[in-house]
Design a protein around this ligand. Sequence first.
Ligand SMILES: [Cu+2]
Length: 341
Amino acid sequence: MNTFLVVLVVILAAVAIGQVVRVLELSSSVSGKDPNAVTDADNNRQGWYMMIFLVGMLAFFLWNTYDAWGTLLPKSASVHGAEIDKLMAISMVTIVLVFFVTQPLLFYFSFKYRGNSQRKATYVEHDNKLELLWTSVPAVVLAGLILYGLSTWNTIMFKAPAEDPIVVEIYAKQFGWNARYAGNDNQLGDAGVRNIAGANILGVDQNDSKSMDDVVTTELHLPVGKPVLFKFRAQDVIHSAYMPHFRLQMNCVPGSVTQFGFTPTVTTAEMRQDPHLQAKVENINAIRNGRGDEPYTFDYVLLCNKICGSAHYNMQMKIVVETEEEYNNWMREQKTFAQTL
Ligand SMILES: [Cu+2]
């Protein structure tokens, strides 16, 4: 009933506005004026609307940036992450500077050269100098950003391999993650979907001697400051291993192995002391508290960043970055592949 009344009121309001406009048109035709003629007063009003919109838009941009600042990721927790953050910062500063120069000019010119019955527009057919300027300046700036991005990518992806990295397989399937550590020999045994049977959910090859000391886990533990080499595999569809706090993402593709080498620099315990992160966690817990949910404690997380099916949203694995001693203690408690057979 309420909806019906609202629709009725809207329709009647539209009819009423239509009638008022019609009356205005008729009255101006009686007095001999063209109802569609644009007057200087109309142009002035539209010009000032442009300026008001400009100020409102810039104010909204500044408020929005300020308001959302606390939801940004905390400082990077990996060596290469600092490079990615620098690239991101330089790109964003460039974009925002250009925004603050071009948008005010655009709106100000609309205002300054608004219609005026005393003034006639100049007809300009073509201007080579202007064309050259507004083509070459953005081209040079964009080429600079792209070259900088490519060189950052190259230094992260094609650096000399670290000596003796800890080799860990990250295994994706609908819908969950497993990690497989290479064990004492630091070499992963062969694996493939045809070997999947019973508890051997990763399809580790029992006939490969390198498999026996491998360790399959449901949590990812990493010692701080030690180089790690991830080998990514997928069982069914393409997934994407996303570890935002390390500024790391790599697709996991069925039938092939992708890899990424990096070094974590901040332990979970240290990251929990970061002021930016603490403010963020407080904000989350204020919301959770309002709903009567359990409080949240920060942990690094591995998420899937490829929409891979109905439970994609819940595909995550806890990551713990700890001291080498804590890592070794944890590793001693895990079962090797041979022990699970
Ligand atoms: Cu997935």
